[in-house]
Design a protein around this ligand. Structure first.
Ligand code: UTP
Length: 354
């Protein structure tokens, strides 16, 4: 939990990025061509808000043709690898709950044209869930309900299966990590990579200017002078609403779950304990008659480690601004804000046939 003194974080803003675009892109493409970049897709979540039983990445966001979320992501990555002329290794984190379904989906769809040998899967750890009174929930008689332990344990889980060594053997220095649900996600974006490398920092975060003070995104700030992310529900309203002299939100940089981390820095922090976040979720459970209930509203807590807490542990971090209309279309719900509907609209706006 954050407790220090907050200040706004200076970012590399859109104007500077556009002025230095060619220089930054060239630097990033060189790193990719040297084999120094890997991608990690976080696909272990349960996506309970979407209310779709299968892994979220297998959701068909197409309207006139099938277009799966995983396919959108692979297409976005391919744009970069085609430009660079080399493939990038992609590691996909799943969980006990969706590993098999994810692997077979990729297999059935021929990895959407991505080189099979460059895709590897690994499973994250699980954690038990409790009801609001703290009682353990059961998913079957004698079997406590478990759920994935959040997206913060990914490097641990990746190391457990030896993929850190796999990366080292390939000469990987940078890991671009991203969420499954943003269909406009720019993966291994050479401009972002170039900017982070040239900044001399050990990590970078893609950020968008918040649409409104109460938008539900984590906020990148300085906490006691150090880059850190505050969850939207932990941010006091008066700070969220504060304006600077140009009338813009003073604390405006929301994170979109797209980070670049130097692998040595990840090794340095991997054993540092991250805080456990208590998150209200819908947790399937068996009732006294032994029936499996799928609750309509949150009925308990899951305990999650969050990747956003890793940013505070990094020696430093570059805030890199991106245009939300071009890079941020998260699919959290079926309708409304951050939904299938809003993501479809944004895909069309960006020229993607759906
Ligand atoms: P979310 O915070 O949206 O969580 O995940 P979620 O559990 O998938 O969805 P809801 O809240 O139940 O609707 C952000 C990203 O982190 C991944 C998700 O797959 C998504 O890419 N994630 C989340 C994991 O990989 N593991 C987890 O345990 C949780």
């Amino acid at each position: 939990m954050n407790k220090g003194i907050y200040d706004p974080i200076p970012a590399m803003e859109l104007k500077e990025i556009s002025e230095r675009y060619d220089e930054l892109e060239a630097e990033g493409l060189s790193a990719i061509r040297r084999g120094e970049v890997a991608a990690v897709l976080l696909a272990g979540g349960m996506g309970t808000r979407l209310g779709f039983d299968a892994p979220k990445g297998t959701f068909n966001i197409g309207q006139n043709r099938p277009l799966y979320i995983f396919e959108c992501l692979i297409n976005n990555l391919k744009e970069v690898t085609d430009k660079a002329g080399v493939s990038v290794p992609l590691y996909i984190m799943t969980s006990d709950k969706n590993d098999e379904a994810t692997r077979s989906f990729f297999d059935e769809h021929d990895y959407f044209g991505y080189p099979r040998s460059d895709i590897k899967f690994f499973k994250q750890a699980m954690a038990e869930a409790v009801d609001f009174e703290g009682n353990v929930l059961y998913e079957a008689p004698g079997k406590p309900a478990t759920s994935p332990n959040g997206n913060g344990g990914w490097f641990h889980s990746l190391k457990e299966v030896g993929y850190d060594k796999d990366m080292r053997q390939r000469g990987v220095k940078w890991i671009n990590i991203f969420a499954v649900d943003n269909v406009l996600q720019r993966i291994c974006d050479p401009v972002f990579i170039g900017a982070t490398v040239l900044s001399g920092k050990v990590s970078g975060s893609k950020v968008v200017s918040k649409a409104a003070p109460d938008e539900r995104v984590g906020l990148l700030i300085l906490e006691d002078g150090h880059p850190s992310i505050v969850e939207y529900y932990e941010l006091p309203t008066e700070i969220a609403e504060e304006k600077d002299e140009d009338g813009r939100l003073k604390y405006r940089y929301g994170v979109i779950l797209n980070y670049l981390f130097e692998i040595n820095e990840l090794e340095r922090i991997v054993d540092t304990e991250l805080p456990l976040h208590k998150v209200e979720k819908k947790i399937p459970y068996i009732n006294e008659s032994g029936e499996l209930i799928h609750p309509e509203k949150p009925n308990g807590y899951k305990f999650e480690l969050l990747i956003l807490d890793m940013v505070r542990l990094m020696k430093d971090n570059l805030a890199f601004e991106v245009e939300r209309e071009r890079e941020f279309a998260p699919v959290k719900n079926l309708h409304g804000t951050d939904s299938v509907d809003s993501a479809r609209e944004l895909l069309v706006k960006n020229g993607v046939e759906i």
